[in-house]
Design a protein around this ligand. Structure first.
Ligand SMILES: Nc1ncnc2c1ncn2[C@@H]1O[C@H](COP(=O)(O)OP(=O)(O)OP(=O)(O)O)[C@@H](O)[C@H]1O
Ligand SMILES: [Mg+2]
Length: 498
């Protein structure tokens, strides 16, 4: 027997124009949480797909408990005891939790019919063991992301998985759900299960992992016990150099009049009398817990949701925004973390996607201006460090984080005046985040207005000129960088206290 549950040796995986894995190693012990980190496009998801039989490696070996395996498909990897919770969960929202858990492995009674009594009971037990006291007969879609993710973990537990892989599992969870997930991970570890945990959030790795492996450009860099890593050494191993300043804040000149003014924005049950002003030349941070109404506020301003009342002024003039199209016409760009809802055309190349929000600006009369498009696209690739062989690469083939960068590129290629970044650096590696902050700096220096919705306190404190805090659909605090209330404690108080 090997000391490892799973061992990957000398793995190579080539795609046309890209070597996604070269000489990659990884091993996971029973009862450990093993972090995996690397820049966007480093090959983390590819590595996972090799371990789960979605891809076959071009070279290299996989061992499960010392026995070599050749997974031809995901079923074979599951049969060997490897389960994976993908970032895009495989939940059938209309089906009950029980149905989701037992899909394709139904329990039948002696009469050959589905034995729902037993299945509900087991579903309830396993969810309870994962800290979820819920009714398994209810449709999965009526629960939040935290519970839906636990359904995936429940499936893994029920097939007696020896290793559970989680690809950026915390990126769509709120604070409490993250805590619950971490607790669950530790309990699974204590039951002897090995967990492979992929994340771009260094704090999470330090809090949770026993060992961390770093990869770069498809290659193995280093594996160490968590105590032997620190922030600097992790970043250095990951990006190949030190990052002097994770928050390179620069200052613009604040416009005299507000660029955007919102008055008494109301949406029944969602937004309650939200009023604020945002200026050119500043980054206005929006802080608060998940569900506090920040995204809803931005969606209302962008015309994506109907509001019940309120007024919006741009540069002093009242405007009617009834759709995102109206908002774009009024110079608003809305960058969200939701790649799917962002209108990326996955089957089209980067070149096409980065002009989608500004077709007019990239055409001269009747025809597209290909020279201009190529220049803009090349600049996006350089500024945002997009990992792709060329502008002709289809967005579908980019890694998750690099798709997100294309979304950012698409919006900065517009001549908008107001840029709303809604958690849009989620899923982006630490190095690339700094590039996005440089872009924000450039925007405010050009007199643009930047609104930054963020759940990450260091980012809020590091980059905002002013912070608005929301809770329960209303504004509960406002702190200017020049005052002593601009600190973590005061912001958290405004976000939490009832
Ligand atoms: N099906 C595919 N065809 C072509 N290239 C691909 C394919 N899948 C991945 N790649 C490329 O392989 C490289 C590694 O991608 P991968 O998705 O593994 O990165 P990652 O480390 O998970 O990044 P992220 O942090 O952004 O999720 C990237 O350059 C990506 O464009
Ligand atoms: Mg990935």
């Amino acid at each position: 027997m090997s000391e490892y549950i799973v061992e990957l040796k000398n793995a190579v995986k080539r795609f046309p124009g890209v070597v996604a894995l070269k000489n990659m190693h990884l091993n996971v012990k029973p009862g450990e949480i093993h972090g995996l980190i690397g820049e966007n496009g480093a090959g983390k998801s590819t590595l996972i797909k090799v371990l789960t039989g979605v891809f076959q490696p071009d070279e290299g070996e996989i061992y499960v408990e010392g026995v070599q395996q050749h997974f031809k498909n995901p079923n074979e990897s599951v049969a060997a005891g490897i389960a994976c919770v993908y970032q895009e969960l495989n939940i059938e929202k209309l089906l009950s939790i029980t149905d989701n858990i037992f899909i394709n492995k139904w329990i039948k009674g002696k009469n050959g019919l589905l034995d729902y009594k037993t299945m509900h009971k087991k579903a309830r037990e396993v969810m309870l063991s994962l800290g979820q006291d819920i009714d398994p007969t209810r449709p999965a879609g009526t629960f939040g992301m935290g519970v839906q993710q636990m359904i995936e973990i429940a499936k893994a537990v029920l097939i007696n998985a020896k290793m559970i892989i989680m690809d950026e599992p915390t990126s769509s969870l709120g604070e409490r759900e993250v805590e619950q997930l971490m607790k669950t991970c530790r309990e699974l570890r204590d039951r002897g299960i090995g967990i492979m945990f992929v994340s771009h959030k260094l704090e999470e790795l330090f809090e949770l992992c026993d060992r961390v492996t770093v990869m770069r450009d498809g290659e193995y860099i280093d594996t160490r016990d968590i105590g032997e890593w620190d922030n600097d050494s992790l970043i250095k191993a990951m990006v190949g150099r030190s990052l002097e300043n994770q928050f390179p804040k620069e200052f613009g000149v604040r416009s005299k009049e507000p660029m955007l003014k919102v008055e008494h924005l109301t949406e029944a049950g969602v937004l309650n009398d939200v009023s604020f002003e945002a200026y050119g030349g500043e980054i206005l941070g929006f802080s608060g817990l998940v569900g506090a109404g920040r995204t809803e506020t931005m969606r209302a301003i962008f015309g994506a949701d109907k509001i019940d009342g309120g007024k919006i002024y741009i540069k002093g003039k009242e405007v009617q925004i009834n759709s995102p199209k109206d908002a774009i016409k009024h110079g608003i760009a809305f960058l969200t973390e939701d790649r799917k809802g962002q209108g990326l055309v996955l089957g089209e190349p980067i070149r096409t996607n980065v002009i989608l929000a500004n077709l007019k600006g990239f055409s001269n009369g009747l025809f597209l201006d290909h020279k201009k498009i190529n220049e803009a696209g090349e600049k996006n690739i350089k500024d945002l460090n997009i990992k792709a062989p060329s502008l002709s690469e289809k967005v579908l083939q980019l890694s998750g984080g690099n798709q997100q960068k294309v979304v950012i590129g698409k919006w900065i290629n517009t001549d908008a005046d107001i840029f709303i970044f809604d958690e849009s650096t989620r899923g982006i590696d630490v190095g690339a985040k700094v590039e996005v902050y440089h872009i924000m700096n450039r925007l405010v220096k050009a007199g643009k207005c930047v609104i930054m919705v963020s759940s990450e306190m260091p980012e809020i404190l590091g980059m905002s000129d002013r912070v608005i805090v929301m809770r329960g659909g209303r504004i509960t605090g406002e702190m200017d960088r020049s005052t002593d209330r601009f600190n973590q404690e005061d912001i958290m108080k405004a976000a939490w206290e009832v």
